[in-house]
Ligand binder design. Structure first.
Ligand SMILES: Nc1nc2c(ncn2[C@@H]2O[C@H](COP(=O)(O)OP(=O)(O)OP(=O)(O)O)[C@@H](O)[C@H]2O)c(=O)[nH]1
Ligand SMILES: C[S@@+](CC[C@H](N)C(=O)[O-])C[C@H]1O[C@@H](n2cnc3c(N)ncnc32)[C@H](O)[C@@H]1O
Ligand code: SF4
Ligand code: SF4
Length: 348
């Protein structure tokens, strides 16, 4: 796919809901609630962490909810995912979820509400989050081997994640998906065990190709474990049958595992990009809109909010940001530009 470099929005891009120059419509908003985290996953953050945003630069709960309301009521957003950093570090998470659950979409429905988390502390919050209106949760777990887990995340917290998964299931959050980024020589050989564990608990495993969006030096194309390799690892003990995508916009390709009711997914952002059908817009914890995970530019909604802008001005700024959305991440292009933030500051 070639990258469109023109910055001029076409007319259709500035009318109606969030539509970009290529006709893609954003229905899915990912809100990062903090840039801080309890882990230091090697593919996402440097061991020493990052310079965290000062509190005053982070959107308040009320600011987050106002932007979510504008997105849902004015801009056609139908699903919201809370992410981070680690969103469970956000004290007001339950209140933010409850406020978003009161919104109504253009179809007069409650927006779908989901959380992506590393699972630390979920044990104590899953029930309250469910009661607040959270529908589902994706939990990151790269391996069941405690030593490998500690090597990847630089923290010895495997037991806490497993407790968080159990609590999510008990609370009735459904489906519970497990996200595993696969790293050569670290957890690739652990995938069959992880799949068996997920099948036993009724969890949907998605194995993720590592993207070049972590700390400098953490990614190389030659070291990438690609979707083809992931599939052969997952097929070591199990037979997989390919499924058609039920949601054309979902990042994962899915398979059923023969002899079970379960499915397993592969998110192949690098070797099989899904940018053509992208339906996402992203809000960072400091109030910047990123139309693409790999954007090199952002649109500052926080300044608008804090300068007293009316909803209409925010709507226009958000639409303009969407109009500038690139065609694709362009990883294969000669002029690929490294995104302006690393993963934990964007929200995945
Ligand atoms: N390239 C790319 N990767 C994405 C995008 N959205 C999510 N991902 C990656 O997909 C992986 C799983 O992300 P999640 O936060 O669980 O979100 P999701 O897979 O969209 O969630 P579902 O709605 O449950 O399918 C992470 O590595 C994300 O960074 C996207 O728009 N582009
Ligand atoms: C940035 S994290 C934020 C939410 C939460 N802290 C967590 O880990 O689930 C969101 C997702 O991005 C994934 N991720 C982080 N760095 C990645 C990378 N370099 N390539 C692919 N996925 C990555 C994580 O595995 C996680 O599933
Ligand atoms: S992937 Fe999630 S848990 Fe791991 S360092 Fe990044 S933000 Fe934290
Ligand atoms: S890389 Fe950008 S355009 Fe491609 S799917 Fe992700 S957010 Fe969408």
């Amino acid at each position: 796919m070639t990258l469109e470099r023109s910055d001029a929005p076409c007319e259709s891009a500035v009318r109606g809901p969030l539509v970009d120059r290529f006709g893609r419509v954003a229905r899915d908003l990912r809100i990062s609630l903090t840039d801080r985290c309890t882990l230091r996953c090697s593919y996402c953050m440097p061991p020493e962490g990052l310079d965290w945003l000062p509190t005053e630069e982070t959107l308040t709960d009320a600011e987050v909810v106002r932007l979510a309301r504008i997105a849902v009521e004015r801009l056609g957003i139908r699903r919201i995912r809370f992410t981070g950093g680690e969103p469970l570090l956000r004290r007001g998470l339950e209140e933010i979820v409850a406020a978003c659950a009161r919104l109504r979409t253009d179809k007069d429905e409650r927006p779908g509400l989901a959380l992506t988390t590393n699972g630390l502390g979920l044990e104590h919050r899953a029930a309250a989050l469910r009661a607040a209106g959270l529908d589902r949760v994706n939990i990151s777990l790269d391996t069941l081997d405690a030593a490998h887990y500690a090597a990847i995340t630089r923290r010895d917290r495997l037991g806490d994640v497993l407790a968080g998964i159990r609590a999510a299931l008990d609370a009735g959050l459904a489906p519970v998906k497990i996200n595993a980024v696969v790293l050569r020589g670290l957890n690739d050989a652990d995938l069959p065990d992880l799949l068996d564990h997920c099948l036993a608990l009724g969890l949907e495993l998605r194995v993720i190709e590592q993207m070049p969006i972590g700390p400098p030096g953490s990614w190389s194309r030659s070291g990438l474990v690609t979707a083809d390799e992931i599939l052969s690892l997952l097929g070591t003990r199990r037979d997989l049958v390919a499924l058609d995508r039920d949601d054309p916009h979902a990042p994962a390709d899915s398979w059923t595992v023969e002899g079970t009711d379960s499915r397993v997914g592969v998110i192949a952002s690098v070797s099989r990009p899904f940018c053509d059908a992208c339906d996402r817009t992203r809000l960072t914890s400091d109030g910047q809109i990123r139309s693409c995970l790999f954007s090199t530019r952002e649109t500052d909604l926080r300044s608008l909010l804090r300068n007293g802008a009316a909803d209409e001005a925010i709507v226009e700024a958000w639409k303009h940001a969407m109009a500038m959305k690139p065609a694709a991440h362009g990883l294969d292009a000669d002029d690929f530009a490294v995104p302006s933030r690393t993963m934990s500051r964007i929200g995945g």
